[in-house]
Design a protein around this ligand. Structure first.
Ligand code: NAD
Length: 454
């Protein structure tokens, strides 16, 4: 696929057309995350009988930016990258959402992620809207200097359309705290004043918040803990299998062990040398701290070091069929599909969607009828944006909280969010994903009405 093809795969002429279900099933299984996000929204919009104007506003982003970023490479040449920023909805407050650096980034992926951010902020009850950004680039192919120039170039193109009261980016796949620090610095230079609140996920000591790096994985485990309580399952005997070993997966693994007392039987990751994924297992449980020590900054585990330490190495799909209590997809979107959902072991009790959009509507049809409790993505992984919101609040106050204080507030927010969705699912007897959509859509539509948009 060329960069041009990646820019958009959904024709704008489809704007405002409510989707045909059969067509969507086929398209989502071919993995267009934006089609998937729209299909999820359409299903709940129909159940809620939302007015046409409300549906029109919410099934497309309010604003989209696509730009070129020329970057001086170390060898003196100029390379041009494509960047995106999508602002889905800001009825509840400034847009908020991560920035991905990924070789397979598309405008449609960014649109889907921006839309999910709107629901995520609403479900977590934080006064922010949904945004997302991306650059088509594999950051592992760039030197540190090239990464810095790309980050500064990204801000150079979009700085007039982001800001603490407009749209606040944060790290996501392929980006990290240092990159956020460079971006905040570039924005502050362009504005002529120190503006730490323009970006969250910054390094500690550079305007960052204690607890932010671990926040998403931490929040994932809070939602698992509440699910276990609801299902009456003892957490200390629980086992988990995780897809991914990047930021989210690492802290999900650590907290699954430390907060719940459970065991993580395997993790998986993408191996950039072999261009395929592997699953790393230990029957008595993996040691996430050891694995962190042999993992590169992009979440790839050193295969030889793992084998030496006695880890069993299987194919990249093996994590999905493990006999565990909790499955945690924490890597990428669209991996549990109509044709892979049947590989899930019958003993699995909880699917905790730490990644964004790991499950397609085709797989949802199967899961909805199964006994598996699904913690939907924009609830499960809302810990990251919640802590980012805390970071913005601390930046505004210029007063910083301790890690314990951050984690206490985070636990409270995630617990409340979980129970709001659970209560909706029980009251309306609906699938947990639809319940989360109902909570989120209610809140966003209310804000739109209060502002006189609809
Ligand atoms: P990351 O780049 O730090 O890690 C991604 C991990 O997934 C790496 O270990 C990579 O090797 C692995 N991976 C990629 N493709 C794979 C495959 N096919 N099979 C197995 N492993 C594969 O990214 P992250 O920040 O941990 O984000 C992971 C997911 O969580 C993404 O969907 C992201 O949007 C979502 N998320 C992240 C945050 C955050 O705060 N970082 C917040 C909310 C949601």
């Amino acid at each position: 696929m060329t960069a041009d093809n990646r820019i958009s795969t959904v024709a704008l002429s489809e704007h405002n057309n409510t989707s045909n279900k059969g067509e969507i099933d086929q398209m989502t299984e071919e993995l267009n995350p934006f089609k998937m996000a729209q299909a999820q929204f359409d299903e709940v919009a129909a159940q809620l009988d939302l007015p046409k104007a409300v549906r029109s506003i919410l099934r497309w982003p309010l604003r989209e930016f696509r730009f070129q970023i020329p970057v001086r490479m170390d060898d003196g040449s100029i390379e041009v990258f494509f960047g995106f920023r999508v602002q889905h909805n800001d009825a509840q407050g400034p847009c908020k959402g991560g920035l991905r650096f990924a070789g397979n980034e598309t405008l449609d992926t960014v649109r889907a992620l921006a839309m999910w951010m709107t629901w995520k902020c609403a479900v977590a009850d934080i006064p922010l809207g949904g945004g997302k950004g991306g650059v088509i680039v594999d950051p592992a192919t760039l030197s540190e200097g090239e990464q810095e120039r790309l980050c500064r170039g990204y801000v150079g193109q979009i700085w007039k359309n982001i800001g603490p009261r407009t749209d606040v980016p944060a790290p996501d796949v392929g980006t990290n705290a240092q990159m956020m620090g460079w971006m905040m610095d570039e924005y502050s230079k362009l504005k002529g004043e120190y503006v730490p609140g323009v970006i969250t996920g910054k390094p500690l000591g550079g305007g960052g918040s204690a607890g932010r790096t671990a926040a998403t994985g931490f929040g994932v485990v809070v939602t698992i803990r509440e699910t276990l309580k609801h299902l009456g399952i003892e957490s200390q005997t629980c086992t988990a299998s995780i897809q991914g070993f990047g930021n989210v997966a690492q802290y999900a693994a650590i907290n699954f062990i430390e907060m719940l007392g459970g065991k993580v039987l395997c993790v998986s990751c993408w191996d950039r040398c072999d261009c395929c994924a592997y699953t790393y297992s230990k029957n008595d449980g993996v040691d996430p701290y050891f694995l962190q020590g042999i993992t590169d900054p992009y979440g790839s585990i050193d295969k030889e070091a793992a084998a030496k330490a006695g880890y069993e190495i299987e194919n990249g799909n093996a994590w999905l069929s493990k006999e565990v209590d909790v499955l945690i997809p924490a890597a990428t979107e669209g991996i549990i599909k109509g044709d892979t959902v049947h590989k899930i072991h019958p003993g699995v009790k909880i699917l905790a969607e730490a990644a964004n959009g790991p499950t397609t509507p085709g797989a949802d049809e199967v899961l909805e009828k199964s006994s598996i409790f699904v913690i939907p993505d924009f609830l499960c992984n809302a810990g990251g944006v919640t802590c980012s919101y805390f970071e913005g609040v601390q930046n505004d106050m210029n007063f910083y909280w301790s890690e314990a204080e951050v984690n206490e507030k985070l636990t409270q927010k995630m617990t409340n969010a979980f129970h709001g969705v659970l209560q909706m699912a029980l009251e309306r007897q609906v699938y947990t994903r639809n319940a989360a959509y109902m909570v989120a859509i209610d809140s966003v539509v209310k804000a739109m009405r209060l502002r006189g948009w609809v």
